[in-house]
Write a protein that binds this ligand. Structure first.
Ligand code: AMP
Length: 398
């Protein structure tokens, strides 16, 4: 058994917290989106209000070869301090004497931030000695970095063995796991998964895993055309993965076997080029003329999908319905997002996850109108595939 964070008393403890502060910075090193920092605040506040000493560690970007100014976590100190209303003690290194001296000077209720973990290649290599050096800084280990939970890195998984009893999830991790499990394991039917995005190749394992758990799958985005072509439809110049045609047929057959309704779009918004200046038209999804490509789901499909969403009690949404970055092809994604918000207000449980669907839901200011928005792109996808994430296993298992 491991502790729930609410039950743990951090008083007087040095609490080593793996957070995901991998935020975007502009050229002047200003944070352009602090969502990930805000997501960790509740856990940090619990630790310091108990009288614990919070020692925060994270990666930032992809430094190639040791320290680099643009990937320094010192750029986050002032925003973090403002969000918490507290002084942040920054350590110029994440291990060794520099880190130890900052940590040793902390008093109860203080917060330290360590320099970028990925300035050491040992972090991503999952090096045990490096994990041990990090572990020296804490009496208890908290993992609140859902965004990197699918990586078996030193600070996300390997380190847990140095804290055989005192290891736990932070609030964000607990929330993510509870909400995704609610769709995968405790869903109220009918359950509908809306899967979009560019390519079917990235979503095969998820669709397969969901086939045992959902009643309906609604397919949108570029990936629909591989299914359409596999069934001998005319897809014009739309995005098709020719090497996945067999896989598409296999998924359709498997859905039939499992009595899952796998719906493909009936119509599409087609364009003669990939831009806002394109000529556009609407046609049946399997009759796209040469020289034209499908870049959004059509009005008939939107109505059909809305009706299914309206009848569902649990919904998972991953991946846009079209090229939503271009206004002309954003309608399908906007309409689905709005319908999700409306279903939520009618008591449906709605989970949105994956980089682009989260970006879309934020862009349309609907994030607080769905039940839960997952912060982990890759981690959520792997969880949905049914993989046990190393960052979760390391806490749960002995
Ligand atoms: P993914 O990263 O696989 O979830 O795909 C997200 C991307 O898919 C977005 O950038 C969309 O612009 C793109 N996308 C959605 N629909 C289409 C389409 N019909 N053709 C080409 N790209 C698309």
């Amino acid at each position: 058994m491991f502790y729930q964070i609410d039950q743990y008393n951090f008083t007087g403890k040095r609490v080593l917290v793996r957070v995901d502060f991998n935020v975007p910075l502009d050229a002047g090193y200003h944070i352009t989106d602090d969502t990930r920092i805000r997501a960790a605040i509740k856990t940090i506040q619990k630790i310091i209000s108990d009288g614990g000493r919070a020692i925060l560690m994270s990666h930032l970007g992809r430094p190639k070869n040791g320290p680099e100014e643009k990937f320094s976590l010192k750029h986050l100190v002032s925003r973090l301090g403002k969000l918490l209303g507290k002084e942040i003690f920054f350590a110029n290194d994440c291990i060794g004497s520099e880190a130890l001296s900052v940590v040793n000077n902390l008093k109860n209720g203080n917060i330290a931030l360590l320099e970028n973990l990925r300035f050491y290649k040992e972090e991503e290599a999952g090096d045990e000695f490096f994990a041990g050096q990090l572990a020296e800084l804490g009496d208890v280990y908290v993992n609140d970095a859902f965004g990197t939970a699918h990586r078996a890195h030193a600070s996300t998984a390997v380190i847990a063995k140095f804290f055989p009893t005192d290891k736990l999830f932070g609030y964000l991790m607990e929330d993510e796991i509870r909400n995704i499990d609610r769709v995968l394991h405790n869903a109220q039917p009918p359950v509908t998964a809306i899967i979009g995005g560019s390519k079917v190749s990235g979503k095969i394992a998820i669709i397969e895993n969901l086939l045992s758990r959902v009643d309906n799958i609604l397919i949108g985005g570029g990936m629909a055309f591989t299914f359409i072509k596999a069934q001998k439809g005319k897809t014009g110049n739309s995005l098709v993965e020719d090497e996945k045609l067999e896989t598409a047929l296999y998924l359709l057959a498997k859905a039939r076997n499992k009595n899952v309704n796998l719906y493909l779009p009936g119509d599409a918004v087609i364009a003669d080029q990939f831009s806002n200046d394109a000529r556009i038209d609407i046609c049946e999804i399997d009759s796209i003329p040469e020289g034209w490509m499908g870049l959004d789901i059509g009005p008939k499909t939107i109505e059909h999908y809305k009706e299914i969403i309206h009848r569902s009690k649990t919904i998972l949404w991953n991946g846009p319905m079209g090229v939503f970055e271009i206004e002309k092809f954003a309608t399908g994604t906007i309409e689905i997002a709005k319908e999700l918000a409306s279903a939520t207000s009618n008591g449906c449980f709605t989970l949105v996850g994956g980089g682009d669907s989260v970006a879309a839901i934020n862009q349309y200011s609907l994030a607080d109108k769905v039940s839960y928005v997952s912060t982990g792109g890759g981690a959520m996808l792997e969880y949905l595939e049914g993989i046990e994430l190393p960052g979760i296993a390391a806490i749960r298992n002995k």
